[in-house]
Design a protein around this ligand. Structure first.
Ligand code: ATP
Ligand code: MG
Length: 382
């Protein structure tokens, strides 16, 4: 048993000592079996949310109506969810109401894919209701139950499926894949923010090309804003994105119709992505453009060019960045007030003068040193 589970054992034991059933469930069990790093540990229990809150000192409501309570234990936090089924889905998104049940198997049946539907006892014994161990061994992603029904209930599962197939490097089982294809038209019913999260995880996985290929084959891309038919030959192999903005910059570069606004990303995300795109088109790195983009953006853009085998500018951003005397205006050792003291009138011309000083310092034509800057100002003002 991995150390993360050993730490979490107290939570299960505590629930059991109160007479409830409790198991480890979800992605953490899957990842443990695959020998992958374990992120968050989810727990399923027969206790009702109010009972969970009663059993533990430190808890936090995470959607009581869905049965989830966050339990803080040690320095860790665990999502503890009451066994439940999902009754009717009338809008293809969220269950109308959840029904708590007394039985673990019922809870596992509502889960999306077999490899996400393991449970594990406190001692590390695996409960495998859907023969998921053989899917795990054969690297197959298979919907729990009837694939068509499951995607009809919740179309986000289609995106999740493609994300998991890429992330785990699994193949999607035929019936599951056919159902993805036939139900992709329900994707517009899902909020774009939730689709974004899945696509982001897909793009940040090492196998994102495989994920995009599946997106293409299933024709799900037709229902995503700005996606056109993909030509994966445009994308180099083995490229690992370093940030979500960088991945989105590549999509933006590839799809002429790509509209970030339609994805409802934050202004900050939008800005950063567009800066990477702009920096990507720079013919060469210079003191001026590295100063204006900042090192991070320049490196992400440089990376994209390199990753795609375009001609590589030999002057790498870091080397140029190291030559910069300043990284923002505030680092200039002469301020507007100093110039006014020297007799320069306030007003727009002062700003222009400061810009000139900044440019010269960036280009290393002027030292960022008070006397030198003031002497320089004298030479241009007379
Ligand atoms: P990750 O490694 O990305 O966290 P995960 O498998 O833990 O993957 P989560 O989104 O954290 O995925 O969800 C935890 C578990 O809840 C899943 O393993 C799955 O059993 C179940 N689940 C989550 N979303 C859905 C859904 N839309 N439909 C059915 N089951 C779901
Ligand atoms: Mg998880």
């Amino acid at each position: 048993l991995q150390k993360e589970f050993i730490q979490a054992q107290v939570v299960l034991k505590r629930l059991q000592s109160e007479g409830f059933e409790a198991y480890f469930v979800g992605g953490s069990v899957r990842d443990a079996l695959l020998g992958r790093p374990i992120h968050d540990i989810d727990i399923a229990t027969s206790a009702y949310p109010e009972e969970v809150k009663h059993v533990f000192k430190k808890t936090f409501d995470l959607g009581i109506e869905h049965g989830t309570v966050l339990v803080l234990s040690g320095k860790q936090q665990y999502e503890v969810t009451t066994f439940r089924t999902e009754s009717k889905y009338t809008d293809y998104r969220r269950p109308d109401k959840v029904k708590f049940v007394s039985d673990l198997t019922e809870d596992l049946k509502r889960r999306d894919f077999t490899v996400n539907a393991f449970a594990m006892t406190v001692d590390g014994e695996i409960i495998d209701v859907f023969d998921a161990l053989s899917d795990l061994e054969n690297k197959i992603l298979r919907a729990v139950g009837k694939a068509e029904e499951r995607f009809n209930e919740d179309a986000l599962r289609i995106m999740r499926g493609m994300r998991f197939a890429a992330d785990l490097d699994f193949d999607i089982e035929d019936e599951t894949f056919e159902a993805m294809k036939s139900h992709a038209k329900l994707l517009p019913k899902i909020s774009i923010e939730r689709i974004f999260v899945e696509l982001e995880k897909l793009m940040l996985s090492p196998n994102w090309r495989k994920g995009l290929r599946t997106l293409n084959q299933s024709e799900a891309f037709k229902y995503l804003p700005g996606f056109e038919e993909l030509d994966l030959n445009d994308f180099s192999e083995d490229y690992q994105f370093k940030s979500s903005e960088q991945a989105w910059a590549l999509l933006y570069l590839k799809f002429h119709t790509f509209d970030l606004k339609a994805w409802k990303v934050s202004n900050d995300f939008n800005k950063k992505t567009k800066l990477i795109v702009k920096a990507y088109y720079e013919k060469a790195w210079t003191l001026e453009n590295i100063y204006s983009y900042g090192l991070e953006i320049a490196q992400l853009a440089d990376d994209l060019k390199f990753g795609q085998g375009l001609e590589l500018d030999l002057s790498i951003p870091q080397n140029i960045y190291d030559l910069l005397q300043i990284h923002s205006k505030s680092e200039i050792l002469v301020k507007g007030a100093d110039l006014i003291k020297e007799g320069h009138p306030p007003g727009p011309s002062l700003g222009q003068l400061l810009n000139k000083i900044e440019l010269n310092i960036v280009n290393n034509k002027l030292k960022n040193q008070k006397e030198e800057i003031l002497a320089y100002v004298k030479t241009i003002s007379c």
